[in-house]
Design a protein around this ligand. Structure first.
Ligand code: DGP
Length: 120
């Protein structure tokens, strides 16, 4: 069942989800929305977000944890849809030290380039 969606009126990703700011949609279901990053860091760079406003993965709790599973189910679907057979990296930045700039939980799917084993 779909959650009752909560939006933050000042959140850029909430505005994208509501269609108030345009985006290149890749995937959508009841609880998740995915679109191409405006500043791609790899040939394929997609953001997957919950439709309801959650600031970061630090705000995942027992009540909303199902969203994490739904997002990863969407990520696997999107990877098949995009033909990411060579693999892909999934990143979520949480907080200032991690470089989070948009405070609406989002997962980056990066692909289309050989990334190597180092994360930083
Ligand atoms: P992070 O640093 O993890 O908070 O990443 C935020 C990402 O969001 C960054 O890669 C750029 C992307 N982004 C910011 N504003 C917009 C926008 O208006 N449209 C799209 N498509 N992406 C955006």
């Amino acid at each position: 069942m779909a959650d009752v969606l909560r939006y933050d009126k000042d959140c850029i990703f909430c505005k994208i989800i509501k269609g108030e700011i345009p985006s290149t949609k890749v995937y959508e279901d009841e609880n998740c929305y995915a679109f191409r990053d405006i500043n791609p860091q790899a040939p394929v760079h997609i953001l997957v977000v919950p439709k309801t406003h959650i600031a970061s993965c630090a705000d995942i709790d027992a009540e909303n944890a199902h969203i994490a599973g739904e997002i990863f189910t969407a990520i696997a679907f999107i990877a098949r849809q995009e033909g990411l057979d060579g693999g892909y990296r999934v990143i979520t930045n949480c907080g200032e030290d991690a470089g989070q700039t948009v405070h609406h939980l989002h997962f980056h799917i990066l692909a289309g380039v050989k990334m190597g084993e180092r994360l930083l």
